[in-house]
Write a protein that binds this ligand. Structure first.
Ligand SMILES: NC(=O)c1ccc[n+]([C@@H]2O[C@H](COP(=O)([O-])OP(=O)(O)OC[C@H]3O[C@@H](n4cnc5c(N)ncnc54)[C@H](O)[C@@H]3O)[C@@H](O)[C@H]2O)c1
Length: 310
């Protein structure tokens, strides 16, 4: 299969490219290497897929690229490019979120419609739920984002649904629940916790530490994305780790794997959901999703990768 991966140089995108290549697919990667975090880290992320002759990379912004040329001969689109992060999505930065999460998604859908695609996978987010009333949360729960980021991810997802129903584009929006693993974005909790445990620098903890997250290991996520493409599934499905833990428990887990973490306490920020917990019945039934990685093992892999990087 020939795949187009947008956001190929990002945390999840680089793992996805490596997974697709290992499974025998041909991969066209595209990424503009935005400065949402150090672009040098994104360049380093590309080293693994770039070693394969079946990988080609285009440094381009989806809002300026020749999308028709990128889509030529492609069987599956994995659309991961976007502006992530909940807290910075308030205020003036929102323009970046609308451009990278909404306008870029619409441009890609528009270029993809009418093409004989097997699937258009969209990396949606648990943040579309906000403070969900049901836990674990099924896809039928009414989305009520509590952050501007969540609003833009929901808009992207609704655009995918619209192109699916209006034009028959076979889209699958996968709502990812807090993904972690080696090369995690440096602004995310586990990346900062692992760094804090290794360096002795304090970790800024927002809120009382009782908020829970359904952490999902990156290899389980990228495996499920490819499985979704090969299944008959279209629509919206959750991808969560299946066993939510509180931030306090997450910190304790990092301490068991690496060592003590000094905490710097901050009040809870606006935009943070209190709890996230995925009902994964639909993904299990439709494309055999089963989270396989225990938190301890995933954290050990992150710590090992960090040590190897030096
Ligand atoms: N990491 C998570 O826990 C998580 C959870 C839910 C959803 N998601 C979604 O998954 C996707 C990947 O997340 P990630 O954590 O790997 O983030 P990331 O920032 O590491 O990767 C996103 C990549 O997209 C690129 N990009 C942004 N706008 C672009 C544009 N207009 N054209 C080309 N490239 C562009 C960036 O340079 C970046 O490399 C995002 O869409 C995010 O919203 C992530």
């Amino acid at each position: 299969m020939r795949a187009l991966v947008t956001g190929a140089a990002g945390f999840i995108g680089s793992h996805l490219c490596a997974h697709l290549l290992a499974a025998g697919d041909t991969v066209v990667g595209v990424d503009s290497l935005t400065d949402s975090y150090d672009p040098a880290l994104k360049e380093a992320n590309l080293r693994v897929p770039a070693a394969s002759p079946a990988f080609t990379f285009h440094r381009a912004d989806l809002l300026a690229a020749d999308l028709g040329a990128l889509l030529d001969g492609v069987d599956a689109v994995y659309h991961l490019a976007g502006q992530p992060g909940v807290r910075p999505s308030w205020g003036r930065e929102f323009a970046l979120y609308t451009s990278r999460n909404v306008l870029a998604t619409q441009a890609l859908l528009e270029a993809a419609r009418g093409r004989p695609l097997r699937k258009f996978v969209y990396a949606s987010s648990s943040s579309v739920y906000g403070d969900a009333l049901r836990s674990p949360t099924p896809e039928t729960t009414c989305p009520r984002p509590v952050s501007p980021y969540g609003v833009t991810k929901l808009a992207g997802e609704q655009l995918c649904e619209l192109y699916r129903t209006a034009y028959g584009l076979p889209s699958a929006s996968l709502r990812l629940f807090t993904v972690y693993g080696p090369r995690q974005r440096p602004d995310m909790a586990f990346a900062r916790l692992v760094a804090a445990a290794a360096s002795g620098e304090p970790f800024p903890l927002y809120g009382d530490g009782e908020q829970t997250r359904d952490f999902t290991y990156v290899r389980d996520v990228v495996g499920a994305m490819r499985d979704a493409v090969r299944s008959r599934f279209t629509g919206v499905a959750n991808l969560g780790g299946g066993s939510p833990v509180s931030m306090k428990q997450a910190i304790a887990a990092v301490e068991r794997v690496i060592g003590p973490v000094a905490l710097e306490l901050h009040p809870e920020g606006p935009g943070d959901a209190r709890h996230t917990s995925a009902d994964i019945t639909l993904a299990a039934r439709e494309f055999g999703f089963r989270p396989r990685t225990e938190l301890h093992d995933g954290l050990a892999a992150m710590a090992g990768a960090r040590e190897r990087r030096g």
